[in-house]
Design a protein around this ligand. Sequence first.
Ligand code: HEM
Length: 153
Amino acid sequence: MKGVIHPLSVHLPIALLLMAFMTMCYWLFKGLATSVFENRIYSLTRFNTVAGLVFVLLAMATGFRDVLAGYWVTFNSPLGKWLYVKVTLAVLIVIIYSTFLWQSRKKPHYLQEDPKIMTWCLITQLVGFLLVITVTALGTMLVFYPHVLARLG
Ligand code: HEM
């Protein structure tokens, strides 16, 4: 698969958004267990989300670049429809994490004091991470299990 660059750029957003999800969970469960909700952990979630989003945009740019260069799959190749699924998932990831950042911006500290914004933050982190797992699995199948994708339709 000489010439592709997208695989080089996908590991950072996956790692950063995993860290965002894990720190959000740690903030919540530590807070519920000790009644001390730490702003520092919540700030780490916000930082990891911003960095993750920047690298998702880079991954999208390199993904399009590889497709348009026709290295592996193109939009009109037999597996091309899975690329449309990937692009849709990537756009949803950008929308979901932008929503998290938009909502968390309204309450940069003491998030637990605003249940509505807290709910937005927890749900967007969960849905966002499920989307990241899905786009990662689909990308990996495109490269290593194209026969399975071909059978899936
Ligand atoms: C516009 C959106 C995207 C497009 C068009 C796209 C396209 C592709 C293509 C064509 C491949 C096959 C290898 C290659 O030719 O580079 C691939 C693999 C992959 N993609 Fe994406 N992708 C997109 C977004 C993402 C995002 C947002 C992630 C994760 C955050 C991701 C994760 C992966 C992974 C893990 C692989 C397997 C790489 C490997 O192990 O070799 N992709 N993608």
